[in-house]
Design a protein around this ligand. Structure first.
Ligand SMILES: Cc1cc2nc3c(=O)[nH]c(=O)nc-3n(C[C@H](O)[C@H](O)[C@H](O)COP(=O)(O)OP(=O)(O)OC[C@H]3O[C@@H](n4cnc5c(N)ncnc54)[C@H](O)[C@@H]3O)c2cc1C
Length: 69
């Protein structure tokens, strides 16, 4: 297990190679998944997200609450 920049990664060896499990599909988690995919095309990448949304942008919440968007 590795914790880097607030993201928890689990690395497993499966029969085909490396499997990376990322907890959290926010900006950091999905950025990590994209980066790993670019660098290691053969890695299996699994992202667990507890909500129904991935790559969501909390920065927009104030605009939503204000009725701007
Ligand atoms: C109101 C508001 C305004 C902001 N405005 C700006 C701005 O203008 N500019 C800026 O740069 N930043 C802004 N930010 C900060 C920015 O949104 C965060 O820095 C960024 O979202 C952090 O991304 P993250 O992936 O680290 O964490 P998060 O976006 O919090 O993602 C973490 C994800 O992990 C999931 N998760 C947590 N625990 C588990 C679990 N046990 N199992 C599965 N999934 C789990 C969560 O559901 C979440 O989707 C703002 C934040 C807020 C709240």
């Amino acid at each position: 297990m590795l914790i880097y920049k607030g993201i928890i990664y689990f690395f497993f060896l499966n029969s085909r190679g490396m499997r990376v499990v990322i907890i959290g599909g926010g900006a950091a988690g999905m950025s990590a998944a994209s980066r790993i995919r670019r660098l290691k095309r053969d890695f299996e990448i699994v992202v667990f997200e507890r909500t129904g949304m991935v790559s969501h942008a909390p920065c927009g919440i104030p605009y939503y609450l204000e009725g701007v968007i």
